[in-house]
Design a protein around this ligand. Structure first.
Ligand code: SF4
Length: 356
């Protein structure tokens, strides 16, 4: 259903299932619980229904995970059709290249999906293996062409750079091959080592900061030359293809998360659901709240967070909020705002310490 448009409001739906656990992943997802998917979707429907009275017109919905493309189109539809969508709302779903084909994509489109995000990560076979991914370069190419053929409003390719064994030429080849697939939006993330992952247990596989910086600069140059503009540190898009859901996060907007481990934010109050799907389902069964904990941000914390998020975007921050002394190469003034340069994007955390 759709209702009249209001301020941006996002809905996030967490799908905590994967067919295989990638070496670097610390997300709340499990590769041995596919048998729970049907019950979990029923749980999501129950949780969304119970929250309907609290949802304003929703401008974006994001199915993330995990691997949301393990849901059938009917399962996805059972959730989307409950959400009070604003006219023209964006509905995104993260897809594993192995888990989608033309039929599934057509089903998602018919269920209301407007935007697909393909987790390609690399277009080099040995880099995919080094990341512990099980899909192939061919499956990315096949999935991308199926997404293009289905005619979604927009779509994204996710890439990861910096795994040990990936040369600068490998990365150049990945970005060039990604551009050949003509995505209107591309996200590129430096590989990070998360505690508790197989990657963290092997220091020899830790990414190198200088290598990642070189790859970031190369990506920005290749993507810029192809007409994709940086609008957040890790995100580039063609005009009209920015991800509205992420923009809601970056502008400190309100959003409601559904499913285990999902986070919500409403006017400075943040809360999150219990982490495992079993606990989530047990609490729903018992008629108990699924919230694990929450926190209240005071005005000063909210301001700091708002500026930190804005600094990472092409919008930048009001010039009076940043001490720019000695930061000449890292920031530039645009009217009354200060925006990170390319060099500044590489050192964004350091620049953020100068916010005032
Ligand atoms: S497919 Fe994505 S969510 Fe699943 S284990 Fe791999 S990185 Fe994590």
């Amino acid at each position: 259903m759709t209702t009249g448009a209001r301020a941006p409001f996002g809905v996030y739906v967490h799908v905590p299932f994967c067919l295989h656990r990638c070496d670097y992943c610390a997300f709340a997802t499990w590769d041995d619980r596919s048998h729970l998917i049907d019950n979990y979707v029923e749980g999501l429907v129950q949780e969304v229904r119970a929250a309907l009275g609290q949802l304003p017109a929703v401008t974006s919905v994001f199915f993330g995970g995990g691997t949301p493309s393990l849901l059938t189109p009917d399962q996805l539809r059972s959730i989307v059709e409950l959400v009070p969508l604003a006219p023209g709302a964006e509905v995104s779903v993260e897809c594993n290249p192995d888990a989608v084909d033309a039929e599934r994509l057509a089903g998602y489109h018919a269920a209301g999906v407007t935007r697909v995000s393909l987790g390609a990560q690399s277009l080099c076979t040995h880099v995919l293996a080094a990341l512990g991914r099980t899909h192939t370069v061919e499956s990315v190419v096949r999935a991308a062409s199926a997404v293009r053929a289905e005619g979604f409003d927009s779509w994204n390719l996710d890439l990861i750079y910096g795994v040990v064994g990936e040369t600068l030429d490998d990365w150049r080849s990945t970005v060039e091959r990604a551009l050949d697939l003509e995505p209107p939006h591309l996200s590129a993330y430096g590989l990070t080592v998360e505690p508790g992952t197989p990657l963290a247990e092997d220091p020899a596989r830790s990414p190198d900061d200088d290598d990642q910086a070189d790859k970031y600069v190369l990506a920005d140059s290749l993507l810029g030359a192809a007409g994709l503009v940086s609008y957040e540190i890790s995100n580039w898009s063609r005009p009209g293809h920015r991800c509205r859901h992420n923009q809601c996060y970056w502008s400190q907007g309100d959003y409601r998360g559904f499913g285990c481990a999902a986070h919500s934010h409403l006017d400075g109050r943040r809360w999150w659901n219990v982490r495992t799907p079993e606990r989530y389902l047990a609490l729903l069964d018992a008629g108990q709240p699924v919230v694990a904990a929450g926190e209240h941000l005071d005005a000063a914390q909210r301001r700091t967070e708002r500026l930190q998020l804005a600094l990472r975007t092409s919008q930048g921050v009001p010039s009076e909020t940043l001490d720019t002394t000695g930061l000449d190469d890292l920031v530039e003034r645009r009217h009354e705002r200060v925006v990170l340069t390319l060099a500044g994007r590489l050192l964004a955390n350091e620049v953020a310490t100068r916010l005032r």
